[in-house]
Design a protein around this ligand. Structure first.
Ligand code: HEC
Ligand code: HEC
Length: 186
């Protein structure tokens, strides 16, 4: 009994470790590893639920992207669960924000984000809360594309269609400013 309790304590204080990479994750790292392929966002450290949901959306063709629809087509439900668990167990990449050469656009983006209350769902530091993922310091072009896709309906939104509604009210100029602001967040 003593031994068992000791072991439990040990498990409780052991630092969280990355889950072992499932075989099926190897192919992902070519685009979502330390170096990102063009257009590919980092996925490490997103919640398992968010990752799984996006893979299901791609597999069903509801989130349109030629590359990811092709990738997701071959994944079973078990693969998707394992991938969600694995990538969620990895630390969020601590990317330094790119140098901000457009301070005025940043201020416009900040004001636009305040007007649309983006932080209410994504958190004050934009690191994500529940269904709303981390959006801080994602690649600027990816952020702009994501918002444009929600607005165009080529990407569905979880969270009671939260993003479809939010993005519907954004102009092209709003999207440009928001993507820049989030990409260069300190
Ligand atoms: C050849 C490159 C490539 C490979 C291989 C690849 N991806 Fe992707 N992935 C992309 C691109 C590009 C996007 C952005 C799609 C978009 O713009 O909607 C993406 C998007 C995603 C997203 C959505 C991220 C978000 O923030 O919403 C997830 C999750 C994802 N990929 C998981 C995976 C997994 C898991 C694998 C391996 C089974 C994988 N990808 C393999 C290129 C790739
Ligand atoms: C009511 C809550 C809510 C509000 C307000 C909100 N979001 Fe979201 N956001 C979400 C949820 C939930 C998701 C995940 C949707 C999905 O399943 O694709 C999301 C996803 C996103 C993504 C996709 C991230 C990725 O990795 O692909 C971006 C970018 C984003 N939001 C930016 C914004 C911006 C900018 C605003 C303000 C203009 C905003 N959000 C306001 C809830 C919200």
């Amino acid at each position: 009994m003593r031994v068992a309790l000791g072991l439990l304590t040990l498990l409780a204080v052991a630092p969280a470790r990355a889950a072992e990479a499932p075989e099926v994750a190897q192919a992902c790292l070519a685009c979502h590893g330390e170096a990102l392929a063009e257009g590919a966002p980092p996925i490490a450290g997103h919640s398992s639920n968010y990752i799984q949901l996006q893979l299901v959306f791609f597999r069903a063709g509801r989130r349109k992207n030629e590359i990811m629809q092709g990738v997701a087509e071959g994944l079973s439900d078990n693969d998707i669960r394992a991938l969600g668990k694995y990538f969620a167990s990895l630390p969020v990449p601590d990317a330094k924000p790119p140098a901000d050469t457009r301070a005025e656009l940043t201020r416009t983006g900040e004001a636009t984000a305040a007007r649309h209350r983006c932080a209410a769902c994504h958190g004050d530091a934009y690191l994500g809360i529940q269904a709303a993922p981390r959006v801080a310091r994602l690649p600027e072009a990816y952020l702009a594309k994501a918002l444009t896709d929600y607005r165009a309906g080529t990407r569905p939104s979880s969270g009671g269609a939260a993003m479809t509604e939010v993005a519907g009210a954004l102009s092209d100029a709003d999207i440009t400013a928001l993507a820049h602001y989030l990409a260069v967040l300190p």
